[in-house]
Design a protein around this ligand. Structure first.
Ligand SMILES: Cc1cc2nc3c(=O)[nH]c(=O)nc-3n(C[C@H](O)[C@H](O)[C@H](O)COP(=O)(O)O)c2cc1C
Length: 160
């Protein structure tokens, strides 16, 4: 296989951008992630590729739960704030307000237009990221006019 062509092909996959969160109380983690997809209607499953050495990964493993917060088209700056390790200051994470999710307690960022809370059903631990498959057990929409942030439009790549 030609590694450069493999990279080029994988970078043509389309992605959204999300803030993945997990944990509750004083031990929470949040990170911008793009390796996310719905994976089943019934039961409603999603899957997420999460960096094996991240705090987010550790908390998803220990709690068996996480939340996916959807970024809107005008929230590239918020995405950028969650490339770095998450720092909690009261009810704020990396400078953005959150509230605990009703089903899992995972942080829900109140500026973002939509979220789902999930319970992990399966984990594939292979390579530098693990794939968590999880059932959606709660969901919310704060802004039903929002358009999602499209990875391609940001000029960023996390694929290859
Ligand atoms: C454009 C972009 C997309 C990313 N996508 C993912 C992803 O899909 N999964 C993931 O685990 N980390 C992804 N990351 C990395 C995380 O944003 C970030 O490094 C991680 O949350 C830091 O968390 P930690 O402090 O717990 O290690 C991405 C980073 C960038 C710059």
């Amino acid at each position: 296989m030609d590694a450069a062509i493999k990279k080029q092909a994988l970078r043509l996959f389309t992605y959204g951008l999300y803030i993945g969160t997990a944990g509750h109380g004083d031990d929470v983690a949040a990170g911008t992630i793009n390796w996310v997809s719905q994976a089943s209607f019934q039961p409603p499953l999603v899957m997420a590729g999460v960096k094996a050495d991240s705090h987010l990964h550790a908390l998803i493993e220990s709690t068996g739960q996480f939340a996916i917060n959807v970024l809107s088209a005008d929230q590239k700056g918020v995405a950028q704030d969650f490339f770095r390790p998450s720092q909690q200051d009261g009810q704020s994470l990396n400078g953005h307000a959150f509230e605990p999710g009703p089903a899992t307690g995972s942080p829900l960022l109140t500026e973002l237009p939509a979220w789902v809370e999930c319970r992990v059903t399966d984990a594939v631990k292979r390579g530098d990221h693990s794939v968590f498959v999880a059932e959606v057990i709660e969901a919310g929409v704060r802004d039903d006019a929002a358009k999602p942030l499209d990875m391609w439009d940001t000029g960023w790549f996390y694929a290859g």
